[in-house]
Design a protein around this ligand. Structure first.
Ligand SMILES: [Zn+2]
Length: 257
């Protein structure tokens, strides 16, 4: 079990010219700044990843269009070749059919019929292939139009997003510096013992160090609080930590009961 802390805390004070923030308000502010700093740190990882994805999308759309166009051109050549081959086979067939007129023997007749059948079969196969190739070409024309549009829109949309993300990446340094300044300003106003509890929990838990009591339990680990501890946290004059997870607990009337 962890040691739980109770450290005196400043409530809001009336000072000249306004209300001085309480330690709790400062801690919550500090927590928001730390969250923002964490997000900025994480964005150094995920912004380049997002950019890579956007670039990949453009590349994929372009390469899809290129491969479809290449297949289209290839099929066009196939059609031309098949048409020439069919024309040649038809000329051959006509020649055989003319030879039929001058047939002398049964043997000659049988041989010629066999040749005619073979040519007819070749023509029939090539016509089938031609038909299928034609259908594929029609399909490819539709795909080229579709991928062309996709490629253009990916290029436009993603380039815009890429520029925005690049700007974000370029400004991370300035934003971090501004948040660090804000952090320094807040932290100097927090009493040292409270600050050190916060820093330790924040580092240890990798994030949220100050949590609201929820339904009379720690809002982070849900460890139930004793009625006495609840009363003390409610008073708000001391920093209380969760004996289970060590986070700093605070009370918010409408949420904590
Ligand atoms: Zn806890």
């Amino acid at each position: 079990m962890r040691f739980s802390f109770e450290v005196p805390m400043n409530k809001p004070l009336q000072a000249q010219g306004g209300v001085m923030p309480s330690d709790l308000e400062l801690l919550l502010k500090l927590q928001i700044v730390d969250y923002d700093l964490g997000e900025l740190e994480r964005s150094k990882e995920y912004l380049p990843d997002m950019m890579d994805n956007l670039r990949t999308e453009i590349e994929e759309a372009t390469s899809k269009l290129e491969s479809t166009t290449a297949e289209f051109n290839e099929k066009k050549v196939t059609i031309k070749t098949l048409e020439l081959e069919i024309a040649a086979k038809e000329a051959e067939l006509q020649k055989y059919q003319q030879q039929m007129m001058s047939i002398k023997t049964n043997k000659e007749y049988d041989a010629l019929v066999a040749q005619i059948d073979a040519v007819k079969e070749t023509i029939s196969n090539q016509e089938t292939e031609l038909l299928q190739t034609d259908e594929r070409v029609t399909e490819l024309e539709r795909e080229i139009a579709e991928y062309g549009e996709k490629s253009t829109s990916a290029e436009e949309t993603n380039s815009r997003q890429l520029a925005i993300l690049q700007e974000k990446i370029d400004s991370i340094g300035d934003k971090v510096a501004a948040k660090e300044t804000e952090r320094d300003h807040i932290i100097t106003q927090i009493p040292r013992p409270i600050r050190s509890i916060y820093e330790r929990v924040h580092r240890g838990k990798g994030g949220t160090a100050v949590v609201m009591v929820k339904k009379r339990a720690c809002g982070a680990c849900y460890k139930a609080l004793t009625p006495r501890k609840v009363q003390e946290i409610k008073k708000g004059d001391r920093i209380h930590t969760c004996e289970n997870c060590g986070r700093l607990l605070f009370w918010l009337e409408e949420e904590s009961n």
